[in-house]
Design a binder for this molecule. Structure first.
Ligand SMILES: Cc1ncc(COP(=O)(O)O)c(C=O)c1O
Length: 358
């Protein structure tokens, strides 16, 4: 089976970099952390990581044992800060499945917002906020959205920031894939537009290596107590050795180098997908993404299409997996990171082309 489902962006150089950072820590008893420090992590480690993440000046940084944990903490801290009568979270129509699952698990009601090629539609957000029971938190992925791959325009983000400020909305900004966009090609963060109302999450597992299993969130300093409480109560403190290794990679520049390699490899993989499948199949502009939102034959049920793909030997992620209300759509997410070997990726894409009737 060719894996066109997993969208983790990996390059060979990342493991050598992680191994060297860990070897350095193991060889130096002074550098090897002897404890885990405060719940959000060792302040020196956080200071070393902040520039690589691009933490907004004035925000505080906390580390967690993975991106998903960072996102959970950010969502809960944002809800805690929101008006008690507004304990609902607005999400994009297509959203990160584990965020949706987490909210369900916690019994947090959600409401989906329609999207267009520039992101969620601000008019729909404004209409929602005019209801008698408006949500208090908005969760979104403005840069290299998962699963659509699209990036919000600066104008769209400015509009959303203005609405959030006007309506007292808290914002959780998911930057999981944003590092794949060249800094000069990405729009400003919501954290830079409305720092007082935004929490940001990152996955260092994606930026550097899955073997680090490390996440981070930044937040207005006033939420430091709430963030630390969530990390402590839920046992989400980052492993201190792993955090120190990530700080080594951030400080010596190898982290930035690994991310640049991931960008270049992504470009090669997207070119392959474009050549084999044709850009007319792309349902959204993938920009610098390692995943592409794709059209599939509209006259076929989702389950039948998936079964056909599986039988042919490729696994792909269906639209229903991402829809906030589990709805089918004639779309799917193609991921270019499931096969480490580009030759296997090419073989899988050729099979997919046949499944799509190319
Ligand atoms: C959009 C998005 N946010 C957050 C995460 C969580 O990151 P991690 O894998 O580090 O837990 C993911 C992981 O797939 C993701 O796709």
């Amino acid at each position: 089976m060719y894996d066109l489902w997993v969208n983790y962006p990996a390059v060979p150089a990342q493991q050598a970099a992680v191994a060297e950072a860990l070897r350095g820590l193991a060889a130096d008893p002074e550098a090897l952390p002897a404890g885990f420090g405060p719940p959000p992590g060792d302040p020196r480690v956080r200071t070393a990581l902040a520039p690589m993440l691009g933490v907004n000046p004035g925000h505080a940084l906390a580390l967690t044992c993975g991106g998903q944990s960072a996102l959970s903490v950010a969502l809960l801290a944002a809800l805690g800060a929101a008006n008690p009568a507004r304990q609902r979270i607005a999400v994009e129509a297509f959203t990160f499945p584990q965020a949706r699952n987490f909210m369900r698990l916690e019994g947090i009601p959600t409401v989906g917002l329609p999207m267009d090629s520039e992101g969620l539609q601000p008019e729909a957000l404004e209409r929602l906020l005019a209801f008698p029971d408006p949500p208090g938190v908005l969760y979104l992925m403005p840069v290299l959205h998962n699963p659509l791959g699209l990036t919000y325009s600066a104008a769209r983000l400015e509009r959303i920031a203005a609405i959030a400020r006007c309506h007292g909305l808290w914002v959780v900004e998911d930057e999981a894939y944003a590092f794949l966009a060249a800094p000069e090609q990405r729009p400003p963060t919501l954290a830079s537009l409305i720092p007082e109302r935004t929490l940001v999450m990152w996955s260092l597992s994606k930026m550097l290596s899955l073997s680090l299993r490390l996440g981070a969130l930044s937040h207005p300093p006033a939420l430091a107590g709430a963030v630390a409480d969530q990390i402590r109560m839920r046992g989400l403190t980052a492993n201190p050795v792993i955090a120190a290794a990530a700080a080594v990679l951030a400080a010596d520049g190898r982290g930035v180098q690994v991310m640049a390699e991931k960008r270049a490899e992504g470009e090669r993989r997207r070119a392959l997908a474009r050549d084999i499948l044709g850009a007319h199949r792309f349902a959204a502009d993938p920009g610098a993404s390692w995943h592409i939102w794709m059209h599939r034959p509209a006259d076929e049920a989702e389950a039948a299409f998936l079964a056909r793909a599986r039988e042919a030997g490729v696994s792909i992620a269906p639209a229903v997996h991402f829809h906030h209300a589990d709805r089918e759509a004639p779309l799917f997410r193609l991921s270019l990171g499931g096969e480490a070997d580009p030759a296997r990726l090419e073989a899988g894409l050729k099979i997919l082309a046949k499944v799509l009737g190319e």
